[in-house]
Design a protein around this ligand. Structure first.
Ligand code: BGC
Length: 753
């Protein structure tokens, strides 16, 4: 019988009614009548579980079974547990509420159909003589209170390490559906790395005499938890809080205001003797911890920060002669690591940590180059398709615990089309389009319905150019009007849908007509006399990047460069415009302006945060202001990847690595680097399914030396000249006088010339 069928024979079990906040532990003792030849534990939960057999942890999945649209599906995991078995055994499972509890800043329960967490499991046993057996959760499983007195994703954990006799009672059955159980689809979430403290900071309390805060600095902002050793006497209480940043001075430097209602707190009651502890069902976004209660001296060596995220394979690298740009790139990588914990989240620290569709869409190209996230997005996009509303609308977050609130936002809902298309381009696997095509098409149909005859969107709720700087100090929304953004994204989604449909061999005639009409409506409404009616950087960047400018393209590009110049050579774009700004400039002859924006160090710029000591990407251009004060604490994350989308300009423009729509997955790579004298050299590489693809260049006086490592084939474009090359390492030299020569070609086995 198939594993999923076996698991579905088991019962969901839950805590008895009077456990309150305390996490339940379930146990099932069992003896093996004969030697087992194989043993597999199938297990899932509404909530999060940790299983042990004979006191040994089963597997290493953190926050298992992960977060999906629990209304429709929950993953189960399979673990080979043969090694853990003896003659007499006890299976123990501890259960926390995880994402099934109160969530988001509304603290609402996203899944009222599951009033309490529950777990389900089947232990399959195969014996050497060919016989088999299975232990199913339900009958014979007992429940008791565990040592975890409280656990919450935002608030942290309260753990009482003292020994107390457990009172076991039969575990009640939860009447939850079983057809929601699906095999693991996404990546496993694991402990990926450990970081030792960089420093112990002590602040001085009143009058500078007594020691105030005891703060440990782990040197970088991460997502995960802290692990510590203690040998405090029984009953001693330890309290630890987590924070991303410190105030610049003063006696109370530990800054938690930006966490809003997320406590990020650990309370540990010592059991006596040597012990090591880390939390079970929570994670924090932090660089610093403050020891609010910790008796005795602090030895930083007793602390370790454990980095936790989806176990995705790193594939993309970038390096150049500017150390600050390199640091920025590293910060982007760490922000992705901090926010790819089973779903792509906006931030890992405050009371959100949600799969915001817009943020994922903004960052998707960089995300797919940095890491192999094909499987990660396959799972998340499958949830998006399930969460899609009847009418084709798309929720603001996936998995969705907000209902229709903020749904159908331009650029957020468009994640339904943009994300699968980019995953297809980067990895070249049609299956993502096959799986998502229905969802993509329904979204475009929904827009068509909403837009009506005018083909522009009516007034509704929009986030607009979120956090842009062109609408006055402290505004949440930029100056680019909603209808402009909505119409542009409508056109873009329709265009990508057509491309996807063609890959799948669908007849896209109806959508081609629709697309032509939207472009016509857009140009009619927003372009007059070769100029865009909306005079913002974002509007220009979007129109150019989405190919909506028609004959006015050259002029609109010139205007964009002019808008940047008029703004003191600074950007002022938000979530909508920023990912496209540098591309729109460099693709239209203004690479120098794009470079200037990237290399700029004062506010607002990417390197501004680097100069301020950032180790991850900030939500706001001025999360920390020039005078050291903070942006409004209500919304000031220091780990938000949206502006990290600039990594795709580092790969895609500085080093010129791009996908070819006709041969995606880098079957054919486009290599169109754009060197700039302000850098001596730059190099990017991506591990593709064909092998490593890299593109680098360096200056030698007026000469630029290019080197490409091509795993299959590539179209090299230098100074407007095009050269098709095959597998191998290729060098080109371009001299100051404009001549280009090909100096070597090694191991070239492709059809290049
Ligand atoms: C999130 C964002 C998200 C936004 C919607 C914020 O609170 O952190 O990144 O996209 O809301 O505007």
């Amino acid at each position: 019988m198939e594993n999923s069928m076996i698991l579905k024979q088991a019962d969901w079990i839950k805590a008895p009614g009077d456990f309150g906040d305390i996490c339940p532990v379930f146990r099932k003792p069992f003896a093996l009548p004969k030697k087992a030849a194989d043993a597999t534990l199938l297990i899932s939960a509404i909530g999060v579980y940790e299983a042990e057999i004979n006191g040994k942890r089963v597997g290493d999945f953190v926050m298992a079974p992960g977060w999906t649209d629990y209304k429709h599906r929950v993953q189960y995991q399979e673990y080979d547990v043969l090694e853990l078995l003896g003659d007499k055994n006890t299976l123990e499972i501890t259960l926390g509420k995880g994402w099934s509890g109160e969530f988001t800043w509304f603290q609402n329960r996203g899944y009222p159909e599951y009033p309490s967490p529950a777990v389900i499991c089947a232990l399959k046993l195969g014996y050497a003589d060919g016989s088999s057996d299975v232990i199913l959760s339900g009958e014979g499983f007992e429940a008791a209170k565990s040592n975890i007195l409280f656990s919450d994703i935002y608030d942290g954990e309260v753990f009482d390490a003292r020994h107390c006799e457990r009172e076991w009672t039969p575990a009640p059955v939860a009447d939850y559906p079983k057809d929601i159980l699906i095999p693991q689809q996404g990546e496993y979430v694991r402990e990926i790395e450990e970081i030792k403290p960089a420093e112990l900071v002590r602040t001085l309390a009143g009058g500078g005499r007594k020691v105030g805060e005891k703060i440990i600095d782990f040197g970088r902002n991460i997502t995960g938890y802290v692990k510590f050793r203690t040998c405090l006497p029984e009953g001693s209480v330890i309290e630890i809080r987590h924070a991303e940043v410190l105030r610049e001075g003063g006696s109370a430097r530990f800054y938690t205001d930006n966490l809003r209602n997320a406590l990020q707190k650990i309370t540990y009651i010592a059991g006596g003797g040597q012990a090591e502890y880390k939390t079970h069902f929570t994670f924090q976004g932090f660089r610093y911890i403050r020891l609010d209660k910790w008796a005795g001296d602090v030895d930083p060596d007793d602390f370790t920060a454990v980095v936790v995220h989806s176990d995705i394979r790193r594939t993309g690298y970038f390096e150049c002669s500017n150390e600050k740009v390199n640091k920025l790139f590293q910060n982007i990588i760490w922000t992705q690591r901090g926010n790819f914990l089973d779903v792509p989240t906006d931030c890992p620290q405050r009371d959100e940590r949600c799969g915001w569709t817009g943020d994922a869409q903004i960052f998707i190209r960089a995300a797919t180059y940095n890491f192999d996230v094909a499987k990660f997005f396959e799972k998340w996009l499958a949830d998006m398709a399930l969460e899609q509303f009847e009418d084709g609308g798309i929720p603001a977050i996936v998995p969705n615990t907000l209902g229709e609130l903020y749904a159908n936002n331009a650029a957020w809902g468009d994640a339904a089309v943009i994300c699968p298309w980019q995953v297809y381009l980067t990895y070249g696997d049609k299956r993502i389009l096959t799986a998502q095509f229905g969802c993509m098409r329904k979204w475009v149909d929904f827009l068509r319905e909403e837009a009506g005859e005018s083909l522009t969107w009516p007034e509704g709720f929009y986030f607009g150019d979120w956090l842009a700087l062109d609408n006055g100090e402290g505004a949440f929304e930029g100056a680019t009007p909603h209808d402009f953004i909505a119409t542009a994204f409508f056109a873009y989604s329709a265009r990508l849908l057509i491309k996807a449909g063609k890959v799948l061999g669908a007849d896209m005639g109806r959508y081609e007509e629709l697309y032509a009409n939207i472009v016509y409506a857009f140009q009619n409404r927003y372009i007059t006399g070769g100029e865009l009616a909306v005079k913002t950087q974002t509007a220009h960047a979007v129109a150019l990047k989405f190919g909506l400018c028609g004959d006015a393209k050259e002029n609109i590009a010139k205007d964009l460069a002019g808008l940047v110049a008029a703004n003191g050579d600074k950007l002022n774009t938000g979530f909508i415009g920023t990912p496209y700004l540098l591309h729109a400039l460099s693709e239209n002859g203004y690479a120098e302006t794009a470079y200037s924006l990237l290399l700029r160090e004062d506010y607002p710029s990417w390197l501004y945060s680097v100069n301020k000591g950032a180790t991850t990407i900030w939500e706001h251009w001025d999360g920390i202001k020039e005078d050291g004060s903070f942006w409004d604490p209500d919304m000031n994350s220091f780990s938000h990847y949206a502006y990290g989308a600039v990594a795709d300009w580092m790969y895609g423009a500085i080093c010129g690595i791009d996908t070819d729509e006709d041969a995606p997955g880098f079957e054919n790579a486009i290599l169109r680097p754009l060197p700039d004298r302000r850098l001596d050299h730059a190099k990017a590489s991506i591990d593709t399914k064909f092998g490593t693809l890299s593109s680098g260049w360096s200056f030698d006086g007026d000469t630029v030396i290019y080197e490409f490592e091509v795993p299959n084939r590539a179209t090299v474009v230098i100074g407007g000249r095009i050269c098709e090359v095959g597998k191998g390492v290729h060098r080109f030299v371009s001299c100051g006088d404009g001549t280009l020569s090909r100096v070597s070609r090694t191991t070239d086995t492709g059809n290049g010339q």
